[in-house]
Structures are given as C-alpha cells and as structure tokens.
Design a protein around this ligand. Structure first.
Ligand code: NDP
Length: 284
C-alpha cells in the first residue's frame, strides 16, 4: 500500500513553527521583510506572487510588491534591486521569473546581494551549496529535501535518480541529496534508456516539465517518487511529470500534483526570509 506525501500538511506544520519564530522576532522588535518584484503580466507569475504575499501576511512577515511594466528597461530593474539591497526593512529580495527578453536574467540575479538572495540563485550561494557550506538553498530543491525528511525517508546510502538538470531544480536537488549521502544520478534529455536508469532509483525525483512522462516502466517496486513538475493540460487541470495513477501502486510513497512540492516551495521562501532576518540581526 503506497502513502501519499501530503505537501500541504507538511507545509502547514512548518509554517506553524515559522509563525512562532516570527512572533518571537517581533517581540524583539524585528520584522522579517520580503520584497517581490514582478515584471510584466504573466498570469502564472501573478498567481505565484500573490500566493507568496498571502503566506507572508499569514506569518506576520512584512512584504512589498514591486510591479514593473513588461517593457521596463534592465537599468531601472537593476536600480530597484540596488535600492532594496540597501533597505534595512528588506531581508529577502525575490525577482519572479521568467523575465522579458530585454532583461539579462543572470545579471539581475547577480545584482541581488547574496545576504538577501532568499531564492538561492546567486552564483555565490550556489557555490556555497556545491562546497557544502551553509547558505540559502533554492526553495523548490530545499522543499524536496524537507518533504523527504518529514516523510521519514532515509536518504543515506540510497540510490537517488533525478530527471532534469536545471539550475533551479535538478542540479541543486542533486547537491542536497549528495549531502544527505545518497548515491546520485542526474538524467536529462540525452540520457540513454532513461526508464532503466530510473528503475535503479530508491528515490526518484522528476523535474522535467513534461506532463505524465514518468510511467510505471520507470519505477522500481517500493520507490519513493517526488514529482516536481507542474503542467497545465488542455482542459485546464494541473498535472505533474509523473503519471500518478499509473505508478502509485508500485511506489512506497509519492507526492501528488497539486499538493506535493508546490506548497513547500513557498514555505521554504518564508523560512529563508526569516533566516535572513535572523542573520541580519546577529541571531543564530
Ligand atoms: P527546465 O525546462 O529548466 O529543465 C527541464 C529538464 O528536464 C532539463 O534538464 C531537460 O534536459 C530535462 N528533460 C526534458 N525532456 C526530457 C526527456 N524527454 N527526458 C529526460 N529529460 C528531459 O525545467 P525546470 O527544472 O525549471 O522545471 C521542471 C518542472 O518543474 C517544470 O514542470 C516546472 O514547472 C516545475 N517546477 C515546479 C516548481 C514548484 O514549485 N513545484 C518550481 C520550479 C519548477 P536537458 O537539460 O537535456 O534539456
């Protein structure tokens, strides 16, 4: 019998603890602050930004939203980031991706000071992650590891296979799993005989962006399956990269989409913002 890893519940449990921490900080006169920048009017980005602001409001984290026009110049975005870098109310700066074509995303991410890089995308923080040093870990990969921990999945010595090698999901997840002493394989679009590589996995992470691509021929009996994918089907419903109904009975634990990794991503952003406020105020 498989178990559904309930990302919503785990996320709510973690948020309750974050709220207590925020209350304690406020008692000391410290209010963690998050600035979210959105450029243009991508509907999905708007939804994500409003979810992040709602989470801040629920937890007592100060948040401000900076909405910029689609045709905003790179220079004005960089100026805004620099002013937020210097603003003591702000502990975390998040630029909602994707950005319009006239803007160099890497330059934008590198302009955020590493101490306020709560998304964990700055090369300095990525380097620290690779070196195994404490840093801000990108929210989705961090959420994946927290889901595994809270579901009592022991990672040490396990075969972990990740499908996807992006900078925001696949690569950082691989680093984190390696730090947990899993034996890690990273797959991508050029991997040969992907199903047979995936069948080695005790822990399979799908971060592909292809609806229901992972079917039961990819799954070893008893594997734990974490589905990072978020895809919209033509009928408007959301689904993951894993064909949940096809594989669930072979797995031991599996995340649903929605309600798995998604809620954890926002919660980890809150966690990173509070961590940043603590560091800025010399609190361990
Ligand atoms: P990217 O498009 O940046 O990366 C996709 C990866 O999948 C690439 O490494 C690509 O390989 C690999 N891939 C694509 N097709 C295949 C294939 N047929 N076989 C094997 N590998 C393949 O996506 P992201 O990492 O940004 O996102 C992945 C998914 O996770 C998306 O559905 C996205 O929406 C979702 N997501 C969810 C989040 C959440 O909060 N739940 C947050 C972020 C992302 P190659 O490198 O060779 O091209």
């Amino acid at each position: 019998m498989f178990e559904i890893i309930d990302g919503k519940k785990i996320s709510n449990d973690i948020q309750s603890k974050i709220k207590l921490e925020v209350d304690q900080l406020r008692y000391k006169g410290i209010t963690p602050g998050l600035a979210v920048i959105i450029v243009g009017s991508n509907p999905a980005s708007k939804v994500y930004v409003s979810m992040k602001q709602k989470a801040c409001a629920n937890l007592g984290i100060y948040s401000e939203e900076h909405k910029l026009e689609e045709n905003t110049s790179q220079d004005s975005l960089l100026e805004l980031i620099k002013s937020l870098n210097a603003d003591p109310k702000i502990n975390g700066i998040l630029v909602q991706l994707p950005l319009p074509d006239q803007i160099n995303t890497n330059l934008v991410l590198e302009t955020i000071v590493p101490e306020k890089d709560v998304d964990g995308f700055h090369p300095y923080n990525v380097g620290k992650l690779v070196a195994g040093l404490p840093t801000f870990v990108a929210c989705t990969p961090y959420g994946v590891i927290k889901l595994l921990e809270h579901s009592k999945v022991h990672m040490a010595g396990k075969e972990a296979v990740i499908i996807g090698r992006s900078n925001i999901v696949g690569k950082p997840v691989a680093m984190l799993l390696m730090q947990e002493n899993a034996t890690v394989t990273i797959c991508h679009s050029k991997t040969k005989d992907l199903p047979s590589v995936c069948r080695r996995a005790d822990i399979l992470i799908a971060a592909i962006g292809k609806p229901k691509m992972v079917t039961k021929e990819y799954i070893k009996k008893g594997a734990v399956v974490i589905d990072v994918g978020v895809n919209r089907l033509p009928d408007g419903t959301l689904c993951g990269d894993v064909d949940f109904d096809d594989v669930k009975d072979i797995t031991s634990k599996i995340t649903p989409v929605p309600g798995g990794v998604g809620p954890m991503t926002i919660t980890m952003l809150m966690l990173n913002t509070v961590k940043s406020a603590k560091i800025a105020n010399g609190i361990k």
